[in-house]
Design a binder for this molecule. Structure first.
Ligand SMILES: C[S@@+](CC[C@H](N)C(=O)[O-])C[C@H]1O[C@@H](n2cnc3c(N)ncnc32)[C@H](O)[C@@H]1O
Length: 258
């Protein structure tokens, strides 16, 4: 395994603008973030290492939109990948609006490697980092397609657990990762939200439903506001009360509640 301080050298050799590029590659290898032809929004993108990885991994038909309050130098990309560079501060609503205009066709992945200017005061830097992460989460909730993924950098500290809980309410699952290419002394971690939930139901909700069909696995299928819910041990035509037990991006599970 490469020593952490060799990642900068490796990045230079590979033509990446930042060592951070390896962090994103490692996160993708673990969490399967990129898909062919996808649109990716990269917040805090300068100098552009993550954008270079995203351009490689979305391939033909994909789009990569990089946003930073610092200027991002133009990037080389095959003409088949749309690359947009947006100069703006993510704490300005105007920047959110400009991202929305560029990402009109639906976004599969929102990335944020944003970091605040360091004051040296740990609690303050942590609080600023969580604030930036929350801004990124707001962008992700507005732009992501159902089932889309979100990766965000946060400094460890007292508000991290609360922020992670906010993400857990919005994604199928959330993981915390510290890629190998992270500097040893750094307090940063990445939260990965997989599968944005857009379901009209929550775990524990109760409904009276009629089983409309049988799924491939033999479970009954009911609809709640058009959303598919699988209910085991039921039969077509039966009307019953159910309690939601699990929610995925496009379907949920329930049990009999009576
Ligand atoms: C660690 S660098 C990102 C490195 C990048 N992922 C790469 O691989 O090249 C963090 C970036 O976040 C940006 N940033 C911090 N606060 C921001 C804000 N409020 N709006 C936009 N960008 C911000 C900084 O300007 C900086 O370029």
């Amino acid at each position: 395994m490469a020593r952490p301080d060799s990642w900068a050298k490796r990045a230079r050799q590979a033509g990446y603008r930042s060592r951070a590029a390896f962090k994103l590659r490692q996160l993708d290898d673990s969490f399967d973030l990129f898909a062919d032809g996808q649109t990716v929004v990269d917040l805090g993108a300068a100098p552009g290492g993550w954008m270079q990885v995203a351009i490689e991994r979305v391939g033909a038909g994909g789009a990569v939109i990089g946003v930073d309050r610092r200027r991002i130098e133009p990037l080389e990309a095959d003409q088949s990948v749309r690359v947009e560079l947006l100069h703006g501060d993510i704490t300005d609503e105007d920047t959110h609006q400009r991202i929305r205009e560029l990402a009109d066709d639906g976004v599969g992945l929102v990335l944020s490697d944003m970091a605040p200017d360091m004051s040296g005061e740990y609690d303050l830097d942590h609080a600023r980092s969580v604030h930036l992460a929350q801004q990124a989460f707001e962008v992700a909730q507005t732009l992501l397609k159902p089932g889309g993924d979100f990766v965000v950098k946060v400094f460890e500290g007292r508000d991290l657990d609360n922020f992670r809980s906010e993400l857990e309410a919005s994604f199928e699952y959330v993981a915390t990762a510290r890629p190998k290419a992270t500097r040893q002394a750094s307090s940063e971690v990445y939260l990965i939200g997989k599968g944005l939930l857009t379901a009209p139901v929550n775990i524990g909700d109760r409904y009276t439903v009629t089983i409309e069909a049988e799924g491939d696995e033999g479970d009954g299928i009911a609809k709640v506001e058009g959303f598919t819910v699988f209910v085991p041990d039921t039969h077509v035509g039966e009307t019953l009360e159910i309690a939601i037990t699990d929610v995925k991006a496009r379907f949920g599970f329930a049990r009999r509640s009576t």
